[in-house]
Design a protein around this ligand. Structure first.
Ligand code: BMP
Length: 241
């Protein structure tokens, strides 16, 4: 069982906080983690934050608060050798998971990345579709091919958009309950908190609604209670978590 699922089963909420904006200082990040790590499943750290504050500073935060779960969201889309180097670097910094694009294909890319992730004991999440409207133009036209690839490679999970719950429902139906689905698009991008969980996602990725809130701790608690309310007032997918 992945550490992420364990965190959720330990009673932590089904939220992954997305940290992207470098305006959040490293000390503020520490305080955010300290105060939210018992109610969320983990943290997804994005490229602007890592570039601005540096991997070693972020790595020190991860080492200080190692009893939670961290995904490096570099949206890998390169040849296997280069993605392997990147993954080794973030694994050494303490990250528990990485995200790669699914459209890059198997041969010379995802097939070796999954092997490298398994060797490094780091979870791989594959993007199958995105939350912005432009995903319909190209990404979603190859959704089935990407899901086929996921079925062959068996990564820890996939990223699917809360803004189009029908995609989450479809991905869940195709993949069954043995993959973790993490879903961005709730809050600022328009989907209701809890709606992606209801459609079949395991975790909702929440960025600005928490990180840019006046009181991020209160905002986190409010997200968790809105998720629970949504789940109790709608007919929802019943998964493993
Ligand atoms: P926010 O809740 O502030 O909209 O943040 C969403 C997070 O999810 C960001 O870190 C973004 O990079 C990520 N994300 C997304 O918004 N759509 C996708 O399709 C895939 C993502 O990783």
């Amino acid at each position: 069982m992945s550490k992420l699922v364990k965190k959720a089963l330990e009673g932590r909420g089904r939220v992954l906080i997305a940290v992207d904006d470098p305006l959040l200082s490293v000390n503020e990040l520490k305080s955010l983690i300290l105060k939210t790590k018992d109610v969320v499943a983990g943290y997804k750290i994005g490229i602007p934050y890592l570039l601005s504050h540096g991997l070693s500073n972020v790595g020190n935060v991860i080492k200080e608060f190692s009893d939670t779960y961290y995904i490096a969201d570099l949206k890998l889309a390169d040849v296997d050798a280069v993605m392997g180097l990147t993954t080794k670097i973030v694994a050494e910094a303490g990250f528990n998971g990485v995200i790669a694009h699914g459209f890059i294909g198997r041969d010379g890319a995802l097939e070796n990345l999954i092997k490298i992730c398994n060797e490094l004991n780091i979870n791989l999440y594959v993007l199958v579709s995105m939350s912005h409207p432009g995903s319909l133009e190209i990404y979603d036209t190859v959704l089935d091919k990407v899901i086929n690839l996921v079925e062959v490679l068996r990564p820890t999970g996939v990223v699917a958009p809360a803004t189009r719950p029908e995609i989450i429902r479809y991905v869940r139906k195709r993949l069954g309950d043995s993959y973790i689905i993490i879903s961005p698009g709730v809050g600022v991008q328009g989907a209701e908190f809890g709606s992606a969980l209801c459609a079949g996602a395991d975790f909702e990725i929440v960025g600005r609604s928490i990180v840019k809130a006046e009181d991020p701790i209160k905002a986190t608690e409010s997200v968790v209670s809105k998720q629970l309310k949504y789940l109790s007032t709608h007919q929802c997918h019943k998964g493993d978590i």
